[in-house]
Design a protein around this ligand. Structure first.
Ligand code: IMP
Ligand code: MG
Length: 172
């Protein structure tokens, strides 16, 4: 049976999300921010972050091919569900649950840049710097974590554990 070991509590997440929102709002001043969450993992982070950002915020979703049931990245990225709205001229902020190898983010940055946003930045709640295979820019990072597989607060293993309010290491 897999064992869960909490590494970031619900309270620590809430505090960090509020801090990130404050930094982001300060950087953008009163400008509109168009949040793009990468499904499904970032849905929880998006919901909490967007509610802390105040006016003026819009949201959209993109879904890319995932790891399936495996715990390691396949290294290829495909768009499964594209954005609903044009991002031309918008201040786009990609909302990611976790940056692991950097493959997904690198691909999305390149794709979205072609669509001429006014600005393009990334906020990630978690980052595994040790696992990075592709150098990619992440303007806002919540927590740097070791290269262990984690679940909770949106992150899954074989679609389970997304609804955990905390983040935990999953050990076999
Ligand atoms: P990357 O393309 O390797 O950076 O992987 C990014 C995506 O892989 C994330 O958006 C997650 O969906 C998934 N992922 C990476 N590490 C983990 C993990 O530790 N637990 C659950 N999902 C992960
Ligand atoms: Mg995933």
């Amino acid at each position: 049976m897999p064992k869960l070991e909490t590494i970031i509590t619900e309270e620590q997440i809430a505090k960090k999300v509020a801090e990130l929102a404050e930094r982001i709002r300060q950087d953008y001043q009163n400008a509109p921010i168009h949040l793009i969450a990468v499904l499904k993992g970032s849905a929880y982070f998006l919901a909490d972050l967007s509610r802390k950002l105040g006016d003026d915020v819009t949201i959209d979703f993109v879904k890319v091919s995932s790891y399936g049931d495996a715990k390691t990245s396949s290294g290829t990225v495909q768009i499964v569900k594209d954005l609903d709205d044009s991002i031309e001229g918008k201040n786009v902020l990609i909302v990611e649950d976790i940056i692991d190898t950097g493959t997904t983010l690198n691909h999305l940055r390149e794709l979205f840049q072609l669509r001429k946003p006014k600005s393009l930045r990334v906020v990630a709640l978690l980052s595994k710097a040790q696992a990075r295979r592709i150098n990619t820019t992440v303007e806002y990072i919540g927590f740097e974590i070791p290269d262990h597989f984690v679940v909770g607060y949106g992150l899954d293993h074989a679609e389970r554990y997304r609804n955990l309010p905390f983040i935990a290491n999953l050990r076999d």
